[in-house]
Design a protein around this ligand. Sequence first.
Ligand SMILES: NC(=O)c1ccc[n+]([C@@H]2O[C@H](COP(=O)([O-])OP(=O)(O)OC[C@H]3O[C@@H](n4cnc5c(N)ncnc54)[C@H](OP(=O)(O)O)[C@@H]3O)[C@@H](O)[C@H]2O)c1
Length: 476
Amino acid sequence: MKQAILLTGATGYIGRRLLEEFLLQSENSIRVLVRNKSAFDGTLAQSVAVVEGNTFDKPSLAKAMEGIEIAYYLIHSLGSDDYQNLDKMSAENFRDAAIKAGVKKIVYLGGLGVVDENISKHLLSRIETGETLSAYAEKIDVVWFRAGVIIGSGSASFEIIRNLIQKIPVMITPKWVRIKAQPIGIDDVVAYLYNAKNPQISQSVTVDIGSEILSYGQMMSQCAQVMSLKRFIIPVPFLTIGLSSYWLNIFTPVPFRVARSLIDGLKSEVIVQNENAKKLFPQIKPVSFKKAVKKALKEAEENQVLSRWSDSGEDVWEIDHRNAIADAVFIDEQVVACPDVTQEQIFKSICSIGGKNGWFSYDWLWEIRGLIDKAFGGVGLNRGRRSQVELRKGDSLDFWKVIDIIPNKRVLLFAQMKVPGKAWLEFRIEKGKLTQRAYFLPQGIMGRLYWFSLLPLHYFVFRDMVNSIYKKASLT
Ligand SMILES: NC(=O)c1ccc[n+]([C@@H]2O[C@H](COP(=O)([O-])OP(=O)(O)OC[C@H]3O[C@@H](n4cnc5c(N)ncnc54)[C@H](OP(=O)(O)O)[C@@H]3O)[C@@H](O)[C@H]2O)c1
């Protein structure tokens, strides 16, 4: 029987993967609620109904809920300082709109863990969200999943573990590496969420999900084994949460804010508290940590990463890029004639820049810029690329974000590095010609000083980049 399903968080790490699962099975009618239509992958938009709105905009919620039987709540407000209040309000609005529209079931994924003196603000907020959604169990069923560390290609926790193992042979770690957790592979998480739609799951229930119990230190050792690397992990008592967050900020792709909130959550055990996963979903047998790591590494190697922790982020899409670019004060334009290559070849060459592929001759300058960004708590270059061969709208690309992509015609990147103003990098392809423009909209005097101080570097970097893109295109 075809069910009408509403999916929120479809641009996020979990939601995007769940959406793919629904589309793969193609037995349901899917609607997504997204904050910004332009952030939503155009190819996916052809297969589902899209409602633009958010959980704070009640009319958009009402529209999204119309005729829906099952509504998935896969969102959080972590990007804001006031996330605890926003999360509560968001959950209340969602629950009320669902009840009003006659939705039968809400499915929510929150964090695993118990309320104790060590509980992080983030986990507490995830628990409050679950409680808010479940407050009227007599009016609507709520299937509340709780997961700890999720292991999958592109998940923040896995990227942290992988980067630390890859980059540091002898690791001095804080005491918390001895704390136990119950990680779970992303495919299993998606399987639980997907199966929660089944009519047999017809009561409000909390379902804790996880695979085997491991300490964070054991996870790192097992990850090293899977990667065939010899690593030494030495726990010491003096590494504080703040210091650890800086450590992660430098060596892994996650910026300070994300590192801090993840480390905050490592102070207490995150162990499954009930057997409901086994009782209600006996067909799902979570894979081991090592198996999940192997799969994640394989996906990354084969450019099969479906979603990454850095995919979502409303602030980028709130900007009216077209008008902001029109207001840009500084523009560096480079044009190169490309008589002997096709537009497809140039497009392919542009789409290969960044990440492991680098930024041509001046990689070291980009590296320095990335380090400066990291020093200021920014994202730096470590985010790399989701896939080494393909770019899609919304992808993070080192410290850039893909804002617009028109095959064989245009690629527009927006700078997410710490910069006193707003910056874009645009590539336009016309017959026999490639135009590359760096736009900068400075903020105050610091912005202007920033641009002028970088002028000599820009001269070399941008000229080299456009010529190298053309050269690379002519070699394909
Ligand atoms: N990822 C993990 O490792 C993990 C582990 C345990 C539990 N969980 C839980 O899984 C759920 C999803 O997490 P995630 O990692 O997929 O998050 P994510 O990648 O940060 O994505 C969050 C999603 O929520 C959307 N969103 C945020 N506020 C919204 C609002 N007010 N209205 C509508 N949409 C809104 C975002 O849209 P934009 O694209 O517009 O920003 C984005 O699609 C969360 O409840 C989280 O606690 C995740």
